[in-house]
Design a protein around this ligand. Sequence first.
Ligand code: NAD
Length: 545
Amino acid sequence: MSHASARVPMPANEPVLAYAPGSPERTELKKTLARMAAERIEIPLIIGGQPLHTGKLAEVRMPHDHGQVLASFHQAEAPQLQAAIEAALAAKPAWEALDFTERAAIFLRAADLLATRYRPILNASTMLGQSKTVHQAEIDAACELIDFLRFNVAFAERLLAEQPNSAALTWNQLDYRALDGFVYAATPFNFTSIAGNLPTSPALMGNTVVFKPSPSAMFSNWYFVELLREAGLPSGVINLVQGDPAMITAQVLSHPDLGGVHFTGSTAVFKSIWRTVGENMAKYHQYPRLVGETGGKDFIFAHASAGEELEALAVAMVRGAFEYQGQKCSAPSRAFIPASLWPKLRERVVALTGTLKMGDVQDFRNFMGAVIHEAAFKKISGYLEYAKNAAGVKILTGGKADGKRGWFIEPTVIQSEDPKNRLMCEEIFGPVITVHVYPDAAYEDTLRLCDQSTPYALTGSIFARERSAIATASQLLRHAAGNFYINDKPTGAVVGQQPFGGSRASGTNDKAGSFLNLVRWTSPRVIKENFVPPTAVGYPFQGAE
Ligand code: NAD
């Protein structure tokens, strides 16, 4: 046992490796890609530290080559879900009682394992299973997840240090307890880092977790669970249960010991979770904490003074809208451009889009892979069909979809006369950006429209040189984005630099990658100790008149 006042290492953002030809990281990654593409693994459930095989199997396929099976995974049914919740509850007393420095050490070791031996494993599995290019995998599955693990430890240390004042003769303390019950983490397909963060941030604060990954990210998520085991995470702290999302969620949410939900995904699913929790309220032993980061209709807004910055604006639109096939929650999918800038900008955006290569992510020359699965492919194709026929709508480049070998959708730029066309308002979650061209003089009115025309409020950018135009946009769009960018694309938030999350229909805005998120996973107890308690009942004011 140690009595030192330990300090966790000061975190710094993990450097992004380049994977240039001839680099050692490229050689190692290529080897891992080839091995993983050739083998076919079987993924069990992990309950109380034990692998469990139900025999009810589903497959993981490569989105860019959907004939190729990477893995099959066992799916949970009701008895295993019950067992996973029981395992989480059984592991909780010891885990919560463990000294913070011991818990922290496990996650710091996990970060270092990921920065070294597991880096090619998490990157390759994210590339093959979620169709990310090497750069998109590196900034997600390696760097962002390493940052979450290291920075959360430092944020937690800061939080624990937050203590109340004490009056004379007393000592007040805040004890940061885990929530009552267990936490349910349900994670999206599009970021391996989010799949890693959602179960680990509550666990760091002493909670135990039932973790339900997205079936479409099962491959990389499995390797992360393996990594946690290797880092020394005790059995039962994070229990892996994959399978039918609606069935699993319904059963977990009906348990009386549900203490919290850590969710990232679509708005509709989170609303259904909120509704179910409300309906189950009478069953619970506590009020479950609900944290959900959800959909977006992120924007790039240009002012006429951005004319000098036209190339930066064009690059922001193309990188923002098309990296990872537009499947980032932060990807801009609508743009408001002043008429004076449009002819030149349009030419640049169309030309740059034309240079993007799309294909198998194992070929490092490609800028884009495929969209995640057939349902996404069909949904996005539906929007493209609509765009081909709708009045006042023109496809400027792209517009084609080809699902024969992989779920490929061309990067597509659309122009819409009507700023309230569904292409300008609905989340498409694919490589599609729609532009509305507004009269230069209607700057403020168009800002108001941008604020009001969607239910979302996740990310957005203003491009302008004139400072007063930036100030106006910042004010009028204050509630339109939880992450607001000036002269930059609205994607690429970095842990510790731009804590992430939006409000309105985009989520509870609990800012992943900051101490604000960790606050949600602790239920503080105040302890007042009186060193010299009073020994008389009466007060001085009762003395003789
Ligand atoms: P999704 O809603 O389909 O899935 C998210 C999770 O919910 C998965 O674990 C999934 O298996 C589960 N799920 C799916 N259907 C369910 C149901 N009927 N009942 C219960 N659970 C269910 O989302 P996705 O396609 O994985 O991810 C894309 C969405 O996530 C987009 O809307 C995107 O904007 C959003 N997202 C938001 C953020 C953010 O920080 N705001 C970050 C990443 C993704």
